[in-house]
Design a protein. Structure first.
Length: 557
């Protein structure tokens, strides 16, 4: 038993390289527990290391993203890991998006940090002789107090990432040994939601409101009260949704609305005016919580149109997604008589051209050619399979042939999502225009803030009735949050994945005729398979075996 505990502690001290620039630290794995928790610097570095378990956003699947497992996109490589998720070729022995070990490792680290840093003030050397010494002491004490709050927030985030994948999971509040995993059992989904809420509330006591003006570049990416409330907003939205709220209980919807309004009413965040540049920034007034990656060009290599030297292919947006963008009149393309399928990108929602590279659009100084025999079209190895390339998040200005690199930030929470969370919850509670004393903004007002932001300027939604408004809201999330790992989970929590994810992925076939005219025709690119039990992930068989069989499997797996 004692030896297992020592092994566990040593494993916990083996910090991986953290990807955020402010987290870019390594720790000598030869340190003992007593050495790690004996100085301000080593305690701090261990606490910062918990952030390294935040799930990666970019390049998780052979240079592609989770969007290619939803109806947003396909991967340009016809056979790859992400196709296992979209074809149904995954299960308890193989899951490309399995996060169980990573997230529970983060939880163990957070538990160990909280357990061993209780007396953090005692280990910090206090210099009472000089003003500078007293200031340094107080700064270090404050920093470790904030980090303890952040550890509670990160635990809550890790548990949310677990329950959205697996449903109810074991709640672990202590540092377990290998023997302790025997007999472990799952808590219910509701118990997990309440546990996460309690962790967030604990974190909120000492989380900072902002890191601006406090050596903010060095501390960029650390959690704030805004991040905690944004997590509560998303947590209760998922708990309220049909997948988990089979009895249509209004209470989770109310909690989602109130949590969302905590962010909205704070006045701390707002929608930035340039939607395109929003995703090329690691810090602005819309981003609530993000992860900044070291300078690299792997994203550009996997997203640039294939005609540019150095591009290798990656995520290709689907025609299904392109068709979801409204015309500039605020109508679906099927409802707008002015829409011309042979000029499909004219007079469309501006977010289409800010998020997706289309045929004929100017990119990196030339017109993109995704037509047959074009520079970026069919016939080139790893060329787009759909006729489109992803623009969102990508630095258009890089010269990857010269090895140029750029910093990227994966956004976990941003203000537009919170507004849409709020609009969804308020519509389910009160319809498009109802309000309450705690939530004085209507669903329609919140949704239209997103649509009418400067630079987008889409017409306000005027439909009446809860059902019609819900449909418009679902589509707004689809286009506003495209490629941000929301659609894949949204269709599951809404209970429509069986309908949506069994539909074939469409692309566009583009022909350049002898007279110079271009002809567009939709075509099927990839068939998909989804069964209802796939709404939740299987727990990996090895984890069930480690528990001695007390860890139960999700139905259907």
């Amino acid at each position: 038993m004692k030896m297992n505990r020592i092994i566990t502690i040593l494993l916990m001290l083996s910090l991986t390289a953290c990807v955020d620039e402010f987290l870019d630290r390594r720790m000598d794995t030869n340190y003992t527990k007593d050495q790690v928790f004996s100085t301000y610097t080593t305690i701090r570095n261990f606490g910062i290391g918990i952030y390294s378990h935040l799930p990666n956003g970019f390049d998780r699947f052979d240079g592609g993203t989770l969007a290619a497992a939803s109806d947003e996109a396909v991967h340009s490589g016809a056979i790859g890991t992400v196709q296992k998720l979209s074809s149904g070729n995954w299960g308890a022995f193989s899951n490309p998006d399995d996060q169980w070990n990573n997230l529970y490792s983060g939880i163990r680290k957070a538990n160990l940090f909280l357990q061993e840093s209780v007396d953090y003030e005692r280990v910090i050397i206090q210099d009472t002789i000089t003003d500078q010494g007293r200031q340094t002491y107080q700064t270090q004490v404050n920093d470790l107090r904030w980090l303890r709050a952040e550890a509670h927030f990160l635990k809550a985030y890790f548990y949310f990432e677990l329950i959205k994948r697996y449903g109810g999971v074991p709640i672990i509040e202590e540092v377990l040994t290998l023997e302790d995993t025997q007999g472990i059992q799952r808590a219910s989904f509701g118990e997990c939601v309440n546990f996460i809420e309690n962790e967030i509330q604990t974190a909120l006591v000492d989380l900072r409101v902002s890191w601006q003006g406090f050596d903010s570049d060095r501390l960029l990416g650390r959690a704030t009260t805004g991040a905690a409330h944004a997590l509560r907003s998303r947590l209760w939205l998922y708990a309220a949704s049909p997948l988990h709220n089979t009895g249509a209980d209004p209470e989770p919807w109310e909690k989602a609305a109130v949590a969302s309004f905590e962010v909205i009413g704070s006045g701390q965040y707002n929608l930035v005016g340039n939607y395109r540049d929003l995703f090329r920034s690691s810090h602005n007034s819309e981003i609530i919580f993000s992860r900044r990656y070291p300078a690299a060009n792997s994203l550009e290599r996997s997203m640039y149109p294939i005609g540019f030297t150095g591009a290798v292919g990656g995520t290709n947006p689907s025609q299904n997604l392109v068709n979801a963008y409204e015309t500039s009149n605020g109508l679906a393309i099927s409802e707008d008589p002015t829409y011309d399928p042979q000029a499909p990108y004219v007079n469309r929602d501006p977010r289409l051209m800010m998020s997706i590279v289309t045929n004929g659009s100017t990119y990196k100084g030339r017109a993109v050619e995704t037509f047959r025999y074009g520079m970026d079209g069919p016939g080139k190895p790893r060329a787009t399979r759909t006729g489109y390339y992803q623009k969102k998040y990508v630095d258009e200005g890089l010269d990857i042939l010269q090895g140029r690199t750029s910093v990227h930030a994966w956004i976990y929470f941003r203000y537009a999502e919170v507004l849409l969370n709020y609009a969804e919850a308020m519509n389910e509670l009160y319809g498009p225009d109802g309000t309450s004393e705690q939530t004085p903004l209507s669903a329609r007002e919140a949704l239209n803030q997103v649509r009418t932001r400067p630079g987008v300027n889409m017409p306000a939604v005027a439909v009446q009735g809860k059902d019609a408004f819900r449909d418009r809201l679902h589509n707004e999330r689809r286009v506003e949050l495209a490629f941000e790992e929301h659609r894949y989970w949204d269709v599951r929590r809404w209970g429509i994945a069986d309908e949506v994810l069994n539909q074939p992925i469409l692309g566009v076939s583009i022909a350049l005729n002898s007279g110079g005219d271009i002809e567009y025709n939709e075509r099927e690119v990839e068939s998909r398979y989804f069964a209802p039990h796939m709404n939740l992930y299987p727990i990996q068989a090895v984890e069930i075996n480690k528990s001695g069989g007390t860890l139960t499997q999700n139905p259907g797996w």
